[in-house]
Design a protein around this ligand. Sequence first.
Ligand SMILES: Cc1ncc(COP(=O)(O)O)c(C=O)c1O
Length: 384
Amino acid sequence: MKISRLVEQIPPSGIRAFFDLVLGMKDVISLGVGEPDFVTPWNIRERAIYSLEEGYTSYTSNKGMAELRRDISRHLQNKYGLKYDHEEEILVTVGVSEAFDLAIRAIVEKGAEVLITDPCYVSYGPIVTLCAGTPVPIKTPSEKGFKISPKDINKACSSGTKAIILNYPTNPTGASYSRKELTAISEIVARRGLIMLSDEIYCELTYDFGHTAFPVLPGMKERTVYLNGFSKAYAMTGWRIGYACGPREIIAAMTKIHQYTMMCVPITSQMAAREALKSGDRAIQEMKREYRRRRQFVVSRLNEIGLSCHMPEGAFYAFPSIRSTGMSSMEFAGKLLASQKVAVVPGTAFGASGEGHVRISYASSFENLKEALSRMERFLKDRP
Ligand SMILES: Cc1ncc(COP(=O)(O)O)c(C=O)c1O
């Protein structure tokens, strides 16, 4: 059977490949998948259950329920002073995953170059490739705090560069950007006439300084597609709901694709999302407090056992260096899994520059983290 060349060009997800291995094993402590270990707060679940009892089981407007889009608009206005028209500038999507896919499909065509950071979230490069565009990775090594600078962006731009994807706090490194750093980036984005796709799905999980939404920066609302969702902040990964906000022509183009593919997000998830925006803040703060405690523990234990690790500024990932072991990140993760039954993700799953690191998710119970770190210590001691 002849498969599309574009599809053949993209590799299967590095994380999935590794975790298929984990699934077949018993008693593994998995610090691999990037999802909260909390269940969705009860009031959100209850609202969804009640909506089913009330008989809300239909399709909704393709763009998402008007009430939800209004709630999102109000939320962004209250939080950041951002003004998005709920009729034309907001689209409710099946997670940030769909929002990102739609945004790329709406703006990228054959030959267009899209700047991505390396390492970065696994789907960015492949989705650009699927649209016949060219992902252009910009290395963000640990010496640079895993961040890109305006200079890096300028150097990577060509006449064919259409857009840049920035995700902060960042998966997999936990790095984030101050307002000053983002302002410097916004200046080069404007000068180069780029579209910014800003994936801010971890915006609620920042530990050291406040989060700045990219479109609040001068001149950026007009050229930014702002992507956010409910998966991480509200522990709602399984509900599959997110949203995109941006210039009306881009949102209209994204909506056109969404109409033919997803049609709309399940109404139950939209009902739950309304409740999350209404009353979810306390739950976010509670989960964040726990993530902060774990971050401190994991990072200090990693440094103690000889795996140098910077303090991540956000999200729920630590990204220690494993260079001192002399192993590749794949070898390290494979041997750790085989000998100690602890699963971490090889840094190369996120791009070539992830070599020399592994990603450890601390969205796992404190007990699990304690035990996993002890096993890792044993692993390093037992090495020949
Ligand atoms: C940076 C980033 N963007 C998007 C997603 C996908 O999120 P969603 O569940 O909203 O599709 C993830 C999930 O891990 C992520 O880490």
